[in-house]
Design a protein around this ligand. Sequence first.
Ligand code: FAD
Length: 478
Amino acid sequence: MPKDFLAETLPEYDVVVIGSGLAGMTSANILGRAGHRVLLLEQHYKLGGLATWFKRPGSHTFDISLHGFPYGMLKSCRRYWNEEIASNIVQLKNIRFDNPMFSLTTTFNREDFTRLLTDRFKLEPAAVTGFFDTARGMNFYDDQSMTTRELFEKFFPGREDVVRLLMEPITYANGSTLEDPAITYGIVFSNFMAKGVYIYEGGTDDLVSKMQKELTKNGVDYRIRCDVSKILVGPSGVQGVVVNGRQIKCRAVVSNSNLRSTIFQMVGEEHFDPQFIKDAAAVRLNNSSTQVYMALKPGCTVEESTGDLLFCSTADLFRTNLLLDRNITSRTFSFYYPRTRPTGKERYAIVSSTNANWSDWANLNEREYEASKKDLVETTLDALEKYVPNCRDMIEHAEAATPRTFHHYTKHQLGASFGTKFEGLAVSRGLPQQIKGLYHAGSVGIIMSGWLGAINYGVIVSNEVDQMLSQAAPTIAS
Ligand SMILES: Cc1cc2nc3c(=O)[nH]c(=O)nc-3n(C[C@H](O)[C@H](O)[C@H](O)COP(=O)(O)OP(=O)(O)OC[C@H]3O[C@@H](n4cnc5c(N)ncnc54)[C@H](O)[C@@H]3O)c2cc1C
């Protein structure tokens, strides 16, 4: 008999959360902690969504999206998860840039960037201060007509090198471009500049296992291998979900699944106003990624001076389309020293990440796909050689992930790494006005993406669900 992943679920919950990305898990945790009956359904065989990892023989563990997040994660984890999780968040101090315009190392915070921009890039201190203050003062309710390109042009006209320093890491962090609203840049950049770049010491596997424990403690019923095919909607709002062919009733749904899939596949456009559907259909997905995971043989090491994060590029100028190009010129290398997993065996791993277009990978046949992945690994090793001499001799295992991989494991349309472009945020926020009890929390609008954005969006939405559930008369008998 196949295993029943829904064994002993209740016939009815207060809220069903679809998807266990960081936003979904955080929503579930807060709602469970508030005393609601929460069912968290994940289609994959483990929790975490893009916050995930995989293991390979030789005690190698690879993290997919543990490369860096702002300090705000520490506060959010302390408040909405627990102190044990928060205390594992540590700063990365060696952030390197290497491209034809400049090579430098920075702690990636306002103080050090101010020093670099004035001393090395010879900018007027007043322009630098004005730029930082403007970026920090941005919020969602501002005029959104200014683009990031215009923001740079206002403070640093004609300075392509400065644009590259300021923009390249943020494009990598959330897929935003010079044409996106400046707010999508300003908020994320300022978050990083507050105190620098942080990661979770212990690895994503440790983080997610600690989150699972906390979910259990707070009474959240979480299930893996549970694929939600339908959100059931009646005249008074959300009624339940269909998962693995079974109906489960609920008063609210938080979908952490892709925004477009939530609306068009799980709910169905007939349940929304025509104008809302028009807006939803116009939401653009963000780009995808490729990655190459490399593990060093036991006993082989990398000098710590190589850096924690290295933004390297061979392109003469910074151009967003070059960052996405199939012919890769820009890569971000993440170096994982044994201190990343202090309790495991002494292992070094390197992950190379590059933004990518779904269309470059989607239609390759199996032979072309395998050959392209092999080429990706080989060209990445060529690029790494400059920073880790003789890396080919030291590497025990190397493999690649593509937009198809991200799509496969998360069901994100077009393998989107960072949800949707800016217009997705208003559509995501508009769901409960369309259908009572229907919410979305997850990477969306560029701002609400990345580990911190996803967790914080999960917090915002869970507070709204809590309010809605508390206002509505309870329908579940204890
Ligand atoms: C290569 C790469 C590198 C990254 N690096 C960083 C980084 O260094 N720092 C950073 O802050 N962020 C990084 N990110 C982004 C970050 O990982 C994501 O923004 C964040 O983890 C997304 O969380 P989420 O809550 O939106 O959900 P997701 O992680 O997208 O998870 C959604 C979940 O929903 C599940 N699901 C979907 N449909 C269904 C269904 N029908 N039924 C049941 N379950 C379903 C999926 O399986 C998945 O588990 C990176 C992303 C990628 C791809």
